[in-house]
Design a binder for this molecule. Structure first.
Ligand code: HEM
Ligand code: HEM
Length: 190
């Protein structure tokens, strides 16, 4: 593998450029998405809400596209990614992936079932339809919101764990492998 290729792919010591790009880009876009949801919950009928909430559906669509690509890339790199620190960490990452897929999927399902047109970036993704809403598609609405807040809670826990590992002398500093510090080895015991 050439030097350039080896930087693109993950290795057991660190995440490669592509995985890091997905991780940090999605973290920033998800932060925006949570800001839109919080504005809808707490700042209804304000200028801030009308600005932020107006982007919720289109940003949600962008996130589901990104997470599918990211999931495929992580499968391609399976076997030579940095190992999880514990089975719990592995499960936590899996749960984050599941929620990043299920939450926007339910949003899109409800959008279709509502019969209203959805044309993100001018692309006629859902033309809409006349007549009654499709009730079974609309039903999991509360799940979209609750799982969305669960995702936020899990992200907060995820960030807390990163700093807990950094402070524990016997744990590996996992932040280094996601920041792409090429000096970082597979373990840091001090
Ligand atoms: C990862 C992506 C997404 C996240 C994290 C997310 C999160 C949330 C959260 C937390 C709420 C609750 C807001 C509140 O309590 O006021 C919400 C509401 C909503 N979301 Fe999403 N969402 C995402 C994607 C989408 C998508 C793709 C659509 C549709 C195309 C969508 C449509 C809606 C709608 C219509 C509501 C309002 C529901 C209501 O007020 O009953 N969301 N979302
Ligand atoms: C919306 C926010 C976030 C989500 C959904 C998220 C999700 C994930 C996922 C799924 C992984 C597993 C590796 C992968 O497949 O990409 C991961 C790894 C990691 N994340 Fe995040 N992350 C978020 C924000 C953050 C933030 C803000 C930090 C920094 C404090 C952070 C630090 C890390 C580190 C250090 C790893 C590597 C962990 C390890 O190798 O065991 N993440 N993240």
């Amino acid at each position: 593998m050439s030097e350039n290729q080896s930087q693109l792919h993950d290795t057991p010591a660190r995440y490669g450029t592509v995985s890091r790009f997905f991780h940090w880009t999605m973290a920033a876009i998800l932060a925006w998405q949570f800001a839109t949801a919080l504005s809808h919950l707490l700042l209804e009928d304000t200028a801030i809400e009308s600005f932020l909430w107006g982007t919720h559906k289109v940003v949600g669509l962008l996130l589901i596209v990104l997470v599918v690509l990211r999931g495929l890339w992580s499968l391609r790199n399976r076997g030579h990614r940095p190992p999880s620190l514990s089975p719990m960490a592995n499960l936590g990452h899996l749960a984050l992936y599941l929620l990043m897929i299920v939450v926007p999927l339910i949003g899109l399902l409800r959008q279709y079932g509502s019969g209203r047109a959805f044309e993100p970036f001018g692309i006629p993704l859902m033309p809409g339809f006349e007549g009654d809403r499709i009730e079974w598609m609309m039903a999991p609405g509360f799940l979209h919101s609750w799982l969305g807040w669960l995702l936020l809670a899990m992200v907060v826990g995820h960030i807390a764990m990163v700093f807990i590992h950094r402070r524990r002398p016997r744990d590996e500093d996992v932040l280094a492998r996601m920041l792409g510090d090429r000096q970082s080895g597979p373990s840091r015991v001090s």
